[in-house]
Design a protein. Structure first.
Length: 284
């Protein structure tokens, strides 16, 4: 992946030991595929999964970015994953159960001199919730941060992640918000977590649109059927693009003005920043 590549809207997980699912993922409209060596692959199957990653078919034009989720730091499987990295034709590494920026630095040091972008999943342990600001000091290889509720709920011993009405409980909303703020502070892409019920398209659309409105610029996926709704949610609409262009043009015409009127409403410099981000996302 080059520095100019736009941040993926959709990040599709696929078990690295399933040839059928890998081929289906490669044919999908996902912006990025995460070949998983961690949770979706049984310990006995991890060697086979590494072998299969080394035998991926040649890339085709327009194919999704290729990332691999390795096993957590401190595990034997993590070391085995790093030993096999040179056999993988990938664009980046997804680091699970990261607890602070030092974990990203340690990973980058371990794979040197090879340099790969890192997408850290940053809310999967109890300790991780206290280290979100530390990613601001991590090495420049960090390019994305996402959050996860499943592992966090297991780590906390929770019987459920949800309130009686079906909404996420406060602890998991907090984790999500901290991930968003931590990613923005570190100037990397904030990526929303998975929507587990891949059959509930309406629920996915609502959650993805809400995430986009809050500031997330992408979302994890667990099934190819989720890719279309996710890509749509994180693609600016024609109305949003037109309004953003109006704001940018207005400030270009009056560069010394702090506040001006666009479409009958007052806008200031923060609106200009938001408008530029919308146009950047639309440029893909």
């Amino acid at each position: 992946m080059t520095d100019r590549a736009p941040p993926p809207r959709s990040w599709l997980f696929v078990p690295a030991d399933s040839n059928k699912k890998i081929l289906k993922a490669l044919e999908s409209e996902a912006d990025a595929i995460i070949f998983d060596l961690e949770d979706s692959v049984a310990p006995a199957c991890k060697p086979l999964a590494r072998e299969m990653l080394g035998l991926l078919p040649a890339r085709l034009d327009g194919e999704p970015q290729r990332w691999v989720r390795i096993n957590p730091i401190g595990t034997e499987a993590h070391n085995d994953d790093l030993a096999a990295l040179d056999d993988f034709d990938i664009d980046g590494i997804v680091l699970p159960k990261a607890e602070c920026g030092d974990d990203v630095d340690d990973l980058c040091a371990a794979i040197a001199p090879r340099s790969l972008p890192v997408h850290a999943i940053v809310t999967e342990t109890a300790a991780s919730l206290f280290g979100l600001l530390s990613y601001r000091s991590a090495v420049s290889s960090l390019t994305a941060m996402s959050w996860g509720a499943e592992d966090l709920s297991a780590a906390l011993g929770a019987s459920s992640k949800y309130e009686p009405g079906g909404e996420l409980a406060f602890t998991y909303k907090l984790a999500r918000s901290l991930c968003l703020a931590g990613a923005v502070a570190a100037e990397v892409q904030p990526v929303d977590g998975v929507f587990a019920d891949f059959r509930d398209e309406a629920g996915l659309i609502a959650e993805a649109r809400a995430a986009a409105s809050e500031g997330f610029t992408g979302k994890l996926a667990i099934h190819p059927a989720q890719i279309g709704p996710i890509n749509a949610a994180f693609t600016p609409s024609a109305t949003e693009i037109a309004h953003a262009e109006e704001i940018v043009a207005a400030f270009e015409a009056q560069p010394d003005t702090g506040v001006l009127s666009v479409g009958g409403k007052m806008v200031d410099r923060p609106h200009l920043v938001q408008a530029k981000r919308i146009l950047e996302r639309a440029s893909r």
